[in-house]
Design a protein around this ligand. Structure first.
Ligand code: SAM
Length: 256
């Protein structure tokens, strides 16, 4: 077994994270640059220290998960969600069960809440938001962001749902209350079901083709008939029918 394969096995055993589901060249490059910076000469040496050093383990996790996010990321797609997808979902159900999977620091589930607020009182909105990385979940629960995270937020929404605090913006408590954050590993943990809408954006690109296919199947099983999977703007599914989906709009797939 080579150095990296051996590392994958040990990390899986220790953390439950299966690096073999992530594109190898990209992941290896990211982790090699981290261990070299730390002065290690191999994955093996890196693992030996990491297995007893919590700070190094956290740094590893931080390096392997790419956490960049933004409110209303790719704003045109969110406009499609608001104008076309949500009204159609609401024709069938008055209450929507929504999951933001791999939510990073929370911009995505909070954006969903802001969009749903056009259709219902905030007290009726309940969004599940999950990520593998506990550090980003803590930041999401905190709900404080630099202004660069808000560049795509419409002005009326900014005024309504954020409070400016120095150079930061705080998400108001009534929006925060609509989202429940949980730790969840998409590649290992069971999925809840009966969702009307699953938003999973900008994480599938890091996974191997095999891992992606498994996930499409699991997302399909987790949706109600007629429910929607919303993926990132580089994550088009080329054969949606094989997973029980039909294309509703670009980057939106309806479970049939
Ligand atoms: C680039 S961010 C995407 C954030 C947000 N969805 C968006 O589009 O702005 C990718 C997130 O995927 C998470 N992630 C990576 N592997 C994961 C896994 N196996 N299960 C759950 N989340 C994972 C990372 O921790 C990171 O927060």
């Amino acid at each position: 077994m080579n150095d990296y394969q051996d590392f994958i096995t040990k990390v899986h055993r220790k953390t439950g994270i299966d690096l073999s589901c992530y594109k190898e060249a990209q992941m290896k490059r990211r982790l090699t640059s981290l261990y070299e910076k730390k002065g290690f000469k191999s994955f093996q040496e890196f693992f030996n220290v990491m297995s007893t050093d919590k700070d190094l383990l956290d740094e590893f996790l931080d390096r392997m998960t790419i956490n960049v996010s933004e409110f209303y990321r790719n704003a045109k797609r969110w406009e499609v969600l608001q104008k076309k997808i949500i009204p159609k979902l609401l024709e069938k159900n008055k209450q929507l069960k929504v999951w933001s999977a791999a939510c990073s620091t929370g911009e995505e589930p909070y954006t969903i809440a802001m969009i749903l607020s056009h259709f219902m009182p905030l007290s009726q909105i309940q969004i599940l938001a999950t990520d593998l990385d506990e550090t980003v979940i803590a930041r999401a629960e905190n709900g404080i962001y630099p202004d660069r995270s808000l560049v795509e937020v419409p002005d009326d929404i900014k005024r309504k749902f954020f409070t400016k605090d120095g150079i930061f913006y705080k998400v108001n408590d009534d929006i925060k209350r609509t989202v429940t954050f949980k730790k969840h590993n998409l590649l290992a943990d069971p999925f809840d079901n009966n969702f009307d809408l699953i938003v999973c954006r900008n994480v599938l690109i890091y996974f191997t083709e095999d891992a992606k296919e498994v996930l499409y199947r699991k997302f399909s099983a987790a949706l109600k008939n007629g429910g929607i999977l919303f993926v990132g703007s580089t994550e088009q599914i080329f054969n949606p029918q094989s997973f029980g989906f039909e294309t509703e709009d670009t980057f939106f797939y309806r479970k049939v």
